[in-house]
Structures are given as structure tokens and as C-alpha cells.
Write a protein that binds this ligand. Structure first.
Ligand SMILES: C[S@@+](CC[C@H](N)C(=O)[O-])C[C@H]1O[C@@H](n2cnc3c(N)ncnc32)[C@H](O)[C@@H]1O
Length: 234
């Protein structure tokens, strides 16, 4: 049995279970890994971030114009957000997360990208429920978004919480699309392969939804793993 020495950086009880942030060094891989557990389930790991970054890259690739206003749903370890900031056309980025602990970790500089993320004047970290925000009418005094990048649930079918399910319906996606400019983009990360039923729902609301399969080397299995990034325009 291989023992991984790890350091618990934070532990907080939440409505969805106990949230733990820990750092460990994987001797075999020779890397330092940050990981988050919710209850007994692994929620996030810094070991695989390719698809989280591709969520921003592929979503913003089809956004038009500059001084883009971007909304990221789910801050997590911050890889999607930092990839969005690396696009110089992004003028402002709001990142919504429902867990105070996650925002707090970044504000305390505990994660590898925290410094770059929080020191960028384009970043606003907002404590809120992304799904509740999408159900509400957009604030009439605020410009709409050029892009909404979402990575909260495991997939459109496997949600972290049952209250998220309505977003993945025609009505939920329509409500979300009211927050986008006419040329706006919605991109979504998923741990499952492309879901053709969900693509059909997306097509009721968005023009030409696409599902990109992102393959990446998995040093744990020694094989290749995949995530899906959906991208759709209004
Ligand atoms: C898988 S992580 C996001 C990973 C992120 N893309 C990255 O690059 O590290 C999901 C995040 O969604 C947050 N979350 C869970 N429910 C949420 C909700 N209702 N609204 C906003 N964020 C939520 C969790 O706290 C967690 O930080």
C-alpha cells in the first residue's frame, strides 16, 4: 500500500456535507496535488485541469468582440476562471460560488492560482447560488453577459444538488439565455460523454450547440480520460 502524506488546509461543514481542502504530495507522480472532498466524495482535484481550462478557452473562442463580460458558475480551484482571464479580450469576470469556504480559500491565497485570480482587477468573486441567479430576471441596470461558463454539476444528468436540475431543461436554459447578449455564448463542463438528449434540449434554446470531447492523460490510471465541454450560441 502506498501512503500519501497530506495536509488538511481547511475543513468546513456545509448544507451539502463537510467540505475539506487538502494538499498532498504524490511521490510516484512527483507532484503536489490540491483536492477538495464534499462528504466522502472527491469534488475537485488540481491533478486534472485540462477540461476545466478548455471550458473557458472553447467558450470564449466563439464569443465576439472585446471588453467581454464573462460569468463563471462555480469557482472551485479557479482553473476555469484563470483560463478566462488569460483571454485579453475579457474586460470583466464575475465568478459565482455558493460556498463561502471556496471563496475564502482564494481570498486567503491557499490555492495555486489564487494570487493571480484575486489580484486581477477584472475579477469579482460573488457568494451566491448560480441557479437562483439564472432564475431571476437580469438586473436592468447591468449589461448582459457575452459568455456564461458553467462547471458546478457532474453533468446535465448528475447534479450536485436536486435544486440544480431545472437549469438543464428548456425552461431553465431559456431563463439562462436572458442573461446573455444576443451574440452571447453558453459553455458547460460535463464529466459524462456527450449526451444527445441534452443536446436536443439545448438546440431548442441555442443555435448550433456543439459537444467537444476533451481527452487528457490520466497519470493515476496510466490511460486517457475524457470530459465533455458543450458550447452554444444564442
Ligand atoms: C467542480 S467545481 C468547479 C471547478 C472549476 N471549474 C475549476 O476550474 O476549478 C464546482 C464548484 O461549484 C460550486 N457550487 C456548488 N453549488 C453551487 C451553486 N448552486 N452555485 C454556484 N456554485 C456552486 C462548488 O462550491 C464548487 O466550488
Amino acid at each position: 500500500m502506498r501512503i500519501h502524506p497530506f495536509e488538511e488546509l481547511d475543513w468546513q461543514p456545509t448544507a451539502m456535507g463537510d467540505l475539506t481542502l487538502r494538499r498532498r504530495t504524490d511521490a510516484a507522480l512527483g507532484v503536489e496535488i490540491f483536492e477538495v472532498k464534499l462528504g466522502e466524495e472527491f469534488l475537485m482535484s488540481s491533478l486534472f485541469t485540462v477540461a476545466e481550462e478548455q471550458l473557458a478557452t472553447l467558450g470564449l473562442a466563439v464569443a465576439v468582440g472585446d471588453r467581454l463580460k464573462v460569468l463563471v458558475g462555480g469557482l472551485g480551484l479557479g482553473y476555469t476562471a484563470i483560463a478566462a482571464l488569460r483571454d485579453a479580450r475579457v474586460g470583466a469576470m464575475t465568478v459565482i460560488d455558493t460556498m463561502p469556504a471556496v471563496i475564502d480559500w482564494h481570498e486567503r491565497g491557499l490555492l495555486p492560482v489564487s494570487g493571480e485570480l484575486t489580484s486581477d482587477p477584472r475579477t469579482s468573486l460573488v457568494l451566491d447560488d448560480f441557479f437562483a441567479v439564472m432564475r431571476r430576471e437580469p438586473d436592468a441596470t447591468d449589461p448582459l453577459y457575452d459568455a456564461i461558463l458553467l462547471d458546478v454539476d457532474h453533468s446535465p444528468r448528475h447534479q450536485l444538488d436536486p435544486s440544480h436540475a431545472d437549469l438543464y431543461t428548456e425552461a431553465g436554459l431559456s431563463a439562462l439565455s436572458r442573461h446573455l447578449k444576443p451574440s452571447g455564448v453558453f459553455a458547460l463542463w460535463s464529466d459524462d460523454p456527450p449526451d444527445h438528449e441534452f443536446m436536443a434540449v439545448m438546440a431548442l434554446v441555442f443555435a448550433e450547440p456543439a459537444a467537444h470531447v476533451i481527452d487528457f492523460d490520466n497519470p493515476v490510471t496510466g490511460g486517457v480520460s475524457s470530459n465533455t465541454v458543450y458550447v452554444a450560441g444564442t
